[in-house]
Design a protein around this ligand. Structure first.
Ligand code: HEC
Ligand code: HEC
Ligand code: HEC
Length: 450
């Protein structure tokens, strides 16, 4: 059926250069914490299964996509940007009319592992069933029980997904499913797997790290020979996390990775902002120590893939700058902010927290800008996005906050030109100095983030 395949092809790649699935960070932002099963008088075996289901829902981060900013957990309505338009997540609370209350266990399994809705229609692959296909039968059952018995039903409709023709034909997904490589279902009791197998299960079947960190081909399927090699999400860039010592995280210890996934930060290496802050906040910071170690052990042994742009370890670039106090350099033209140069923009907007020399503060609550994987990266995307969106992450009892400068909060709005100047100054002073970001590039990222 060559014609059909062509239609599908053009539908899937329409509007995107590389066919990467643009999961807008705003789309993944600000969902509420997962619901814990309410205490009850149920028999112990049932309680244990519900607790298992709750833990699996957290590890698989169902709440991230199925909750709107400020909305009720799992009631859906979040718009997720794709090259074909926004796909709206559905209500998966057990409400029989608006949610999945009428789903049988087999129907639930069909949706979660095979991307087929109760009415037989195909789900768009934004719902990561390609990853969840790897879940064991036992775990799908525990998830089902938990959703049916512990999640609060929310009688509320979500907006319908309306994609442009021909992607509007859900039947096109039949062909996509035929070509996409899904995870194979795992067998047995996943809680008894050895460390590496458990880590692989957490990374692939549940945590779907590859959904963001693996680049996609023109049909939007993950490229399996580029597993975790890094991919653009349209605005943020999910970096290479293979064991390459230059392009990836090969020089991180297993404990570094555990600390990052639990707290979202490691001193003098990296901090998690944007979609990764969400992953840490809602999912990985709630995993047990044993599971975090399993995940780190598995990720650490993923084969290295070098990176075209990250040719020096991005977290080992730069040193404290020897910056003379800018205010001694003569009068500043505050009457014309657009004329401020890089050093002045840095002084006015960043130095109060990150320090004149970029060293941050002693306890590293505000990180240094050298030895910082965002500043040292070969791609400026995440530095631009951090300046636009800031950082707002609560994990393991600590809140990390940096204001965004996109003008949406009450701090000063920086223009595209100002941000381009700042990025070029910050990377020249504390990073590789490779970047020559233009205001147009900043504008593209600013737009993609909305
Ligand atoms: C990366 C985002 C994302 C994550 C994570 C996610 N989903 Fe979804 N899910 C979606 C979207 C979007 C849809 C609607 C897709 C469509 O309309 O084609 C959906 C649809 C569904 C449906 C079909 C409901 C219906 O009748 O429309 C079920 C069931 C479901 N998800 C369950 C889950 C469970 C359980 C988890 C966690 C194990 C989960 N989802 C995690 C994005 C996500
Ligand atoms: C929703 C998309 C998404 C998912 C899912 C995701 N990540 Fe990330 N990840 C990102 C983005 C974006 C960044 C960059 C964040 C930043 O610079 O602040 C990142 C950064 C990282 C980093 C830091 C890399 C560096 O050099 O700073 C590590 C390590 C990481 N992710 C591991 C994981 C693991 C392990 C999983 C699966 C459990 C995972 N990620 C799932 C989007 C994602
Ligand atoms: C109010 C204090 C404050 C201001 C002002 C501020 N920052 Fe930050 N910055 C922080 C904090 C806090 C973090 C996050 C620490 C964490 O994630 O644990 C951070 C994180 C960062 C990161 C790492 C983000 C990541 O994803 O890896 C970069 C890069 C950065 N800031 C650059 C800047 C630049 C450039 C400016 C000026 C435009 C600026 N900051 C202004 C406090 C601030």
């Amino acid at each position: 059926m060559p014609d059909f395949k062509n239609i599908l092809w053009s539908a899937l790649i329409a509007g995107t250069a590389l066919g990467s699935l643009a999961l807008a960070p705003a789309a993944l932002a600000q969902s509420s914490a997962p619901v814990q099963p309410a205490p009850s008088t149920r028999p112990e075996g049932v309680e244990a299964e519900l607790a298992r289901g709750a833990y699996l829902a957290t590890a698989a981060d169902c709440v991230a996509c199925h909750t709107m900013p400020g909305g009720k957990p799992f009631a859906g309505g979040l718009k997720i940007a794709t090259p074909m338009g926004n796909v709206v997540s559905t209500n998966i609370t057990p409400d029989p009319v608006h949610g999945i209350g009428s789903y049988t266990e087999a129907e639930f399994e069909n949706a979660v592992r095979h991307g087929v809705r109760k009415d037989g229609a195909h789900l768009y692959p934004v719902m990561p069933y390609v990853s969840y296909a790897g879940m064991t039968d036992q775990d799908v059952k525990a998830l089902y029980e938990w959703f049916m018995h512990s999640v609060k039903p929310v009688p509320q409709d979500t907006e319908k997904t309306r994609l442009a023709f021909p992607a509007s034909m859900r039947s096109a997904m039949v062909a996509w499913n035929f070509m996409a490589r899904k995870e194979q279902p795992e067998t047995g009791d996943s809680s008894t797997y050895d460390t590496v197998r458990r880590g692989q299960y957490l990374a692939n079947a549940l945590g779907h790290c590859g959904t963001c960190h693996t680049p996609r081909n023109a049909l939007m399927s993950e490229k399996h020979d580029q597993y975790l090699a890094g991919a653009s999400l349209g605005s943020w860039y999910a970096p290479n996390i293979t064991s390459s010592k230059t392009g990836g995280i090969g020089n991180w210890s297993g404990d570094d990775l555990v600390t990052y996934l639990r707290t979202g930060r490691i001193k003098s290496r990296a901090q998690a902002a944007g979609p990764m802050a969400e992953v840490v906040e809602h999912s990985t910071s709630h995993l047990t120590d044993a599971d975090l170690h399993a995940l780190a052990t598995f990720i650490k042994q993923v084969a290295p893939i070098e990176d075209k742009l990250d040719h020096t370890p991005r977290d080992a670039v730069g040193k404290a700058a020897d910056v003379p106090d800018i205010r001694t350099r003569g009068p500043q033209r505050i009457d014309d902010l657009t004329e401020m140069d890089g050093p002045r923009l840095y002084d006015a907007n960043c130095a109060a927290c990150h320090g004149q020399d970029g060293a941050g503060v002693q306890d590293h609550y505000v990180p240094s800008l050298f030895a910082n994987s965002t500043v040292g990266a070969g791609r400026p995307d995440n530095l631009v996005m951090t300046i636009l969106k800031g950082v707002d992450r609560t994990a393991s009892g600590a809140h990390a906050f940096m204001p965004g400068f996109d003008g949406q909060s009450d701090v000063q709005r920086l223009s595209d030109t100002e941000i381009a100047r700042l990025v070029n100054y910050v990377t020249a002073t504390f990073g590789t100095g490779d970047h020559h970001v233009t205001p147009e590039q900043v504008n593209t990222l600013r737009k993609a983030a909305h």
